[in-house]
Design a protein around this ligand. Structure first.
Ligand SMILES: [Zn+2]
Length: 129
């Protein structure tokens, strides 16, 4: 059971992103629709995040590592990750071992030249980063 938050850098994330046990959770709001996104990331906007916690937990069934990010991972990403941790602690063990935050968020990921996906599918079906 995850107990604390840790940070992951874009290069650490890219090295593990093909692991099927990882889910990337994008908590940006409307920016996702006009910016790109990390391939395969799930979209749970911060403005409705707390209401959708049960949906999120269902969506990540079978995964053991969740990586949250927003645009900069300064406010929305960490606060949603904390809400999720609180929710997990009230729920029976869902098999989630790690809850992480992507350092510098989507903007840092893109600025570092990491690949992004521009599809308009919801959810994004691309998994090749
Ligand atoms: Zn996509």
């Amino acid at each position: 059971m995850a107990r604390s938050l840790s940070y992951i850098t874009p290069s650490q994330l890219i090295s593990i992103t093909r692991n099927p046990k990882i889910a990337i959770i994008d908590v940006r709001d409307e920016e996702r629709s006009y910016d790109a996104h990390i391939a395969g990331s799930l979209h749970f906007p911060s403005d409705t995040f707390s209401e959708r916690l049960p949906d999120l937990l269902r969506s990540v069934r079978g995964r053991d590592t969740l990586v949250f990010h927003c645009a900069l991972s300064k406010v929305r990403g960490p606060s949603c990750a904390r809400l999720f941790l609180d929710y997990l602690s009230e729920t029976k063990d869902a098999g989630i071992k790690n809850v992480m935050i992507l350092e510098r968020g989507f903007n840092g990921w893109q600025a570092a030249g990491r690949p992004v996906c521009r599809c308009t599918d919801a959810p994004c079906k691309t998994h090749d980063v």
